[in-house]
Design a protein around this ligand. Sequence first.
Ligand SMILES: Nc1nc2c(ncn2[C@@H]2O[C@H](COP(=O)(O)OP(=O)(O)OP(=O)(O)O)[C@@H](O)[C@H]2O)c(=O)[nH]1
Ligand SMILES: [Mg+2]
Length: 376
Amino acid sequence: MDVFQLVREFLSGKGAADRFEHELHNLDNTEVKIALLGRSGTGKSSLMNALVGERVAASGAVETTTKAQEFNVNGLIFVDLPGGGTTRFPFDEYLDTMKINTYDAFILVVSKRILESDLDLLNELKSRTGKKIHVVRTMIDQDIENAVHDGISPELVLPRLRSDLESKFGSTHHCWLISNRHPKEYDFPAFSDSLLEDFDDARRDKYVFAVKAYTDGQLRRKREVAERHVTLFAGMAAVNGFNPVFGADIVADVAILVKMNQWILRCYKLDEEHMHKQLRRTPLSSAQVTLVNRLIAYGTKEFILSLLKRQVTRMTGKELAKWVPVVGHMASAGLGFALTRWMGHDLILQCEEATRSLMREVHSTPARTSKSKHPV
Ligand SMILES: Nc1nc2c(ncn2[C@@H]2O[C@H](COP(=O)(O)OP(=O)(O)OP(=O)(O)O)[C@@H](O)[C@H]2O)c(=O)[nH]1
Ligand SMILES: [Mg+2]
């Protein structure tokens, strides 16, 4: 969908004002449903947590999940189907009751030894869905550690495990070697990205929005999705025809900016709720707490109003005009469009920088125990 075309149509009197709201509403309501299957203790919950970058499911050394559970993280729904292939949860029963056609992707999680029951489950899934199943072997970090302990060169571990996995599951399936403790390493990023191939455009956007970005490529994808959404919010502002500095309806217009900024913060997992949860597990330096607090403020009406007064009143029409390349003129619709795009773009860049900074810090100081201040 071409947002600029929609704006042009609207300005020429042909388009309907609620098209943008419809588009945003559709995207907001799109859901992606992923089935996680595998024996107990293989790392299903940990995999889900690593993908979304937060602890949504309990994981542990003892059997933690004994019945099917659904987790919804910003529209990305994981259905954790524990113990598939064991006597306790015969997989036939699963496959009969799980409404197989409602899933967008299937992940079979294995670790250490691969059993006949894993192969049976895979074949049954494949024949019922007709889809490629993602086979994920977790705990690669431990395999490498064990190899070093056993005097085997760590360079040999991955090729050996890969050919073992492929000889068992065959090359018709995607096979990945990952560690849930190191989501930037091994096949984890490639595995996460490969899921995108299973989705249509709207689901792809939703998946990118909901997962955590660990690599430059994933950050780039987040930026593309975020910019697309910002353009939609800008379209909404344009058709509302707002004049945020001089207009009387400033509160209604600020509401669009608040909504957009909150969306961007959630996309980068820098929203207040996420940061509160995160800080309980990973302390930040005081400089980072300040940075996060500043970003969280972008999601509030008060901060946006002060930003509009401080910054936008000083901006020239020419500066803002570059955010309306297609609308092409500074009518009130153009101004609303330009201002929204400018603010969205600016926040996206700040969130990207903050994400890189937080990633660097977590990477370089993995085990800090000091207590830090919580944001806001
Ligand atoms: N080193 C390492 N440990 C992992 C990895 N993945 C999971 N674990 C650990 O393995 C244990 C089991 O992981 P879970 O994620 O709870 O496994 P599960 O498949 O959800 O287990 P159930 O809920 O009982 O079905 C936990 O202690 C995890 O911390 C990994 O990639 N590397
Ligand atoms: Mg579990």
